[in-house]
Design a binder for this molecule. Structure first.
Ligand code: TXA
Ligand code: MG
Length: 315
């Protein structure tokens, strides 16, 4: 594995794009200061140009090369949550190409908590800009096979670090707005951020569309339409009214359905979506019990994936 990591680092230094594991989802990485390499990420993913990338670091001092006017809140959050599934948006340093930030004056920074990602970053010696390693519109990859499904033969190396522990993308918080604002919910919750900052964190509503451009697209979505149900009764009714359809049913706990069901969790969600696509399922039914609704990160991904009227391009 050491040899592969060194090879991946040398590819990055030569301006190539490689995929690597993080604790959240796999990333499709390139040297953050290499504009050509960054452009390759966008064309490989078929990603909208107005959707900025997260820059990954392994050493807190690297932030000085990426950001300026860094507020004390950044360091409070970094001390508590780096390395970990948190991304912090601060003012961009002039050295960071606009290709990374989609022409914004801000940059998103995160230190992933995965030994392979941290080693890769340290061997490469440069910050790595990386979106999730999926084709735009596909669910994020939580194992190397998912990355192979989308990019085999198109990039020189896919580092295999097994299954991602977290399974959904990092929390994103913006520190460049008048008040700290949550742009994307994740396993690091609003309450955890507020406890460290000692002040309220706003939930982005309208502002998120401008501040976090990626949030306006239909994300995290499999091919099959997704239907969310508040009660099992409604879910059963739907099945009765649509007999003979191949489907995936997701539920947090075994709802004693006669049909097969798949466990609904942050870690398993995207794998279940991709499996449903492989099976050519015609629909995905999801039972959203109170525990699911009380998990803002999971419920956010479900809501985004079930939005049918939004654009199909993605994060
Ligand atoms: O867990 C993660 O964050 C994974 C791993 C690979 O680190 N990465 C990831 O990247 O999910 P991506 O590109 O799929 O999602 C990045 C999100 C998008 O919604 C994007 O709009 C937002 O972060 N973002 C990036 N830079 C931003 C900025 N300067 N201001 C506001 N939002 C930003
Ligand atoms: Mg993504």
């Amino acid at each position: 594995m050491e040899k592969e990591l060194l090879l991946a680092a040398s590819y990055l230094k030569q301006g190539m794009v490689v995929a690597f594991p993080t604790e959240t989802v796999y990333g499709l990485g390139a040297n953050a200061f290499d504009e050509n390499a960054i452009n390759q990420i966008f064309s490989l993913k078929k990603r909208a140009k107005d959707n900025p990338l997260i820059v990954h670091i392994h050493d807190i001092n690297q932030v000085l090369t990426l950001a300026q006017n860094i507020p004390p809140e950044f360091y409070l959050l970094a001390n508590s949550f780096f390395p970990g599934p948190l991304t912090v948006v601060v003012q961009k340093h002039p050295n960071v190409p606009y290709a990374v930030t989609a022409s914004l004056e801000t940059v998103a920074i995160r230190m992933p908590n995965h030994p392979m990602a941290l080693k890769l970053l340290s061997y490469a010696g440069v910050p790595i800009a990386a979106p999730s390693a999926n084709l735009s519109g596909k669910p994020s990859p939580t194992c190397a096979d998912h990355v192979r499904q989308d990019f085999l033969g198109k990039i020189p190396l896919i580092l295999d670090g097994g299954n991602c522990e977290v399974g959904i993308e990092s929390t994103v918080i913006n520190l460049t707005s008048p008040e700290p604002t949550l742009l994307r919910p994740g396993t690091i919750t609003k309450q955890m951020l507020e406890a460290v900052l000692g002040k309220p964190v706003l939930s982005s509503s309208k502002s998120e569309k401008i501040l976090s451009p990626g949030m306006k697209y239909r994300h995290y979505a499999p091919n099959a339409p997704i239907f969310l149900f508040d009660t099992l009764q409604e879910l059963y009714q739907h099945i009765q009214m649509n007999p003979g359809k191949t489907r995936t049913i997701l539920s947090r706990v075994n709802p004693t359905l006669t049909q097969n069901f798949t466990v609904l969790s942050q870690q398993n969600l995207y794998a279940a979506f991709r499996k449903a696509d492989e099976n050519k399922d015609l629909e995905i039914l999801i039972f959203c019990d109170e525990d699911v609704k009380n998990d803002p990160a999971l419920f956010n991904r479900l809501s985004m994936a079930s939005r049918t009227n939004a654009s199909k391009t993605e994060v």
